[in-house]
Design a binder for this molecule. Structure first.
Ligand code: SAH
Length: 213
């Protein structure tokens, strides 16, 4: 597991690509420049790690495209110490971006294989999310609610109600909604009962699945 000057150069270039696509938050761009994405991938994909592309990570899942990770993170408006719930840990790359912004991250993954691999990888890398949970993110994490932000990294056929309920007033939920294609959707909780909804273009994610297999 090596991080070299060459990798750092490629990351800088990747951050420039992501910025050119419209991401302006410097803290988010700094996360892209800093986090060694190649270590989150199988070594066979290492050469491609700094392209702005999604890649397979096993168990039929993918590491999201860097632009998508950056865009979702920007929409979440993470403040230091914010309590953030992530649904779909996957490779842990998005989790690492959130931790780089000094969020307290609770992350849920429903694929046991990925949950185990990423837990071990985080230990090795000394990445410390607040909690990593093996389970169904559809239900959120009621025992730790409410959250300042919730980010879903899989395509949701519909918005899981528990996630709306687990947001603080003022909190933000960023979720790709749809089946074949997803519309990136932001909900801001305005009060106990009111949510403001904004939509931001289409993306493609692996599906958010409700039941365990
Ligand atoms: N942020 C990850 C994205 C991985 S793809 C990364 O960049 O690597 C989406 C992930 O969501 C997959 O790992 C998938 O197993 C997981 N997932 C799908 N449905 C889920 C659910 N109901 N609860 C928790 N995780 C889920």
């Amino acid at each position: 597991m090596k991080d070299t000057l060459k990798h750092r150069g490629m990351r800088k270039n990747l951050a420039d690509i992501v910025a050119a696509k419209g991401v302006t938050d410097n803290k988010v761009l700094d996360a892209i420049k800093t986090i060694p994405r190649h270590l989150f991938l199988d070594s066979s994909f290492e050469d491609h790690a700094y392209q702005d592309k999604a890649f397979p990570i096993g168990a039929d899942q993918t590491i999201s495209q860097p632009y998508t990770v950056a865009f979702q993170t920007e929409l979440l408006e993470v403040k230091p110490n914010a309590k953030i719930l992530e649904i779909g840990t996957g490779s842990g790359y998005q989790t690492a971006v959130l931790m780089h912004l000094r969020a307290k991250v609770y992350t849920i993954e429903r694929q046991l294989e990925l949950f185990k691999t990423t837990s071990l990888f985080f230990n090795k890398m000394h990445y410390r999310p607040k909690k990593m949970i093996f389970g169904d993110g559809y239900k959120g994490l009621p025992e730790e609610a409410p959250f300042d932000g919730i980010i879903v990294t899989a395509g949701a056929p519909e918005v899981p109600r528990p996630l709306m309920a687990q947001l603080k007033v003022g909190g933000r939920l960023v979720i790709p909604v749809g089946t074949d294609e997803q519309i990136m959707t932001l909900f801001v909780r305005k009060s106990e009962k009111e949510f403001e909804k904004k939509e931001f273009g289409s993306f493609r994610f692996v599906p958010l699945l409700e039941d365990k297999n």
